[in-house]
Design a protein. Sequence first.
Length: 227
Amino acid sequence: MRVWITRSQPGAERQAAALRQRGYDVVVQPVLGIEPLPAPAPDPFDRVIFLSEHAVRHGLGKLDLHGVEVFAVGARTAELLESAGVSVKVPPIASSEGLLAMPELASVAGSAILIVCGAGGRELLVTELARRGANVQRLVCYRRRALVVLVPGVATVDVIVAASGDGLEQIARLWFGSGGSAGVALLVPSARVAERAKTLGFACVRDCGGADVGALLRQLDALRPRE
């Protein structure tokens, strides 16, 4: 079974290596590239939330985290922070909803919270933390840009893996533009992304219930033909 990995680097190669170890034929073709952005120094803050590994790579060096409570959206983001010597808290579910469900972020009235992120994206975290009484600011330290060249082999894949909702439109543009079938299996990390994928024309969408490799492999193994 041939699988198209669409996430940005370096996560794409890391994900591909895990799939190849399980015996899958993998095509690595990110649909988005990452560009760092200059970012002004933020106002003082007492809590910081990193929303991706790119946020750590491009934002951590701009910050003084002494005495600050640090949160990461998921395991890989936390791993990068910990490798830099930063103590970090991670939600059980890697999403904005998972962060908002953490007891540490339930009572934030009067707290100054910095969200380190890329340009664009969802507003849920900012909106809800502000509703809870926090003073929320963002450090936008990178942006995503569409990549438009398809590598050989993408047109013959059996499964497409979407890492998040950010690249869905570009996946659809490239896939359907090359004559791809609406019936290709599309694996997504959440129900929210699944609904968006269906509106873009994908007919066989599977929610992995997470973006980690374990969740992805469980869905791929379920799709794999029995020998």
